[in-house]
Design a protein around this ligand. Structure first.
Ligand SMILES: Cc1ncc(COP(=O)(O)O)c(C=O)c1O
Length: 352
């Protein structure tokens, strides 16, 4: 009963037929047309159970990313994979460490399995390796890091990630949640696959919900050491990834140019929106993902609550971040050009 149920980003507003939904970090351009076609084709086989091993999908992921497909485990969203990891490797009496404003689900996972969530302070809203290492005790079984993190948009470099792994005991499972990896164009970034291959008790999780814009079908995956993949395959449901999700996922991976377009769109509009909002004197935290975290002043007319009400009145839905421990902020997903322009204009009106 300590669990506050996860509150998804709002998706409708009373009195508004058309809305601009920028509350769930969904891919701005929607899914690849190829993925939609594959999904529709799969409709003819809905009476069939899916392939329980997601074999074509795992092969396609492995080929696209140069990974060993036998160590990929797919799930109904990366959420499922993260929950499976928690259930498999920690339990009552154990501690699970993550950073202060880390993706909210890690805490729910810990509480759900009777483990103790332990938060490591961040520095400048960024995960801090020393602070995570300091938070580790002899009861720690797992460490989660969202890289980059939601809702802050910050990331740590590959060197820092390696330093984190090197500082952890070998019996502590490090889970590197790289849900937004496709968006990042930094040469000091690693999604974590090399650490998994190095064989030191590290798992990388990924999703089709963000850059591939397939959040509605629920599709994610983990790249694991052999032993971890083996455990997940024992613990997961036998048909945990639906047939249309597998088909859409394979087609999405094949559509390389669509992914490039999604990435380019984000690389253009993320700095644009950040700059536009900064001109209104609001603080915009640097982000490498497909959203920005915006901090509002503390006065009643211009605080985050007033901003959300103002935007909602105009049919725009950002994400509140009070539940993330950031009550003075809101999170805004990068949308289409029209959506980005609309929210930039609305925020400028709000501040003036
Ligand atoms: C950091 C992070 N990890 C994991 C997820 C879960 O994504 P999904 O379950 O849709 O794959 C999200 C979704 O918002 C996220 O922001």
């Amino acid at each position: 009963m300590d669990i506050t149920p996860y509150m998804p980003g709002k998706s409708s507003l009373i009195n508004h037929q058309t809305i601009i939904k920028l509350s769930s970090n969904e891919g701005a351009l929607g899914p690849s047309p190829n993925a939609i076609k594959a999904y529709l084709r799969a409709a003819n086989s809905l009476h069939r159970y899916p392939d329980g091993g997601s074999n074509d999908l795992r092969e396609a992921i492995g080929a696209r990313h140069g990974l060993d497909a036998s160590r990929i485990v797919c799930g109904a969203g990366s959420d499922e994979v993260l929950y499976l990891l928690g259930r498999s490797f920690a339990g009552p009496g154990d501690e699970i460490v993550f950073h202060e404003h880390a993706f909210i689900v890690y805490r729910l996972i810990a509480l759900g399995i009777g483990a103790t969530p332990v938060k490591a302070p961040e520095v400048n809203l960024t995960a801090n390796v020393d602070s995570i290492l300091n938070a580790v005790s002899e009861r720690t079984r797992m460490v989660f890091i969202a890289n980059p993190n939601n809702p802050t948009g910050s990331y740590i470099s590959a060197d820092e990630l390696n330093r984190l792994r090197a500082g952890l005991r070998e019996d502590i499972l490090l889970v590197v949640d790289s849900a937004y990896a496709e968006y990042i164009a930094r040469n000091d970034y690693s999604a974590g696959a090399e650490l998994v291959d190095a064989g030191v008790n590290t798992v990388m999780t990924r999703t089709f919900s963000k850059a591939y814009a397939l959040g509605g079908v629920r599709l994610g995956w983990a790249y694991c050491p052999h032993g971890v993949a083996d455990v997940l395959n024992r613990v997961r449901g036998p048909f945990n990834v639906s047939l249309p999700a597998q088909a859409a996922g394979v087609a999405a991976l094949e559509d390389v140019s669509f992914l490039a377009m999604s990435r380019d769109h984000n690389s253009a509009w993320l700095p644009w929106l950040s700059e536009q909002i900064r001109t209104t004197e609001l603080t915009v935290y640097p982000s490498v993902a497909n959203f920005v975290l915006v901090e509002f002043p503390n006065d009643a007319g211009h605080d985050a609550i007033a901003a959300i009400a103002f935007l909602n009145d105009r049919g725009i839905i950002p994400r509140e971040t009070t539940s993330h421990g950031l009550p003075g902020c809101i999170r805004i997903t990068i949308g289409t050009e029209a959506e980005n322009r609309a929210i930039a204009t609305a925020l400028s009106e709000f501040m003036s």
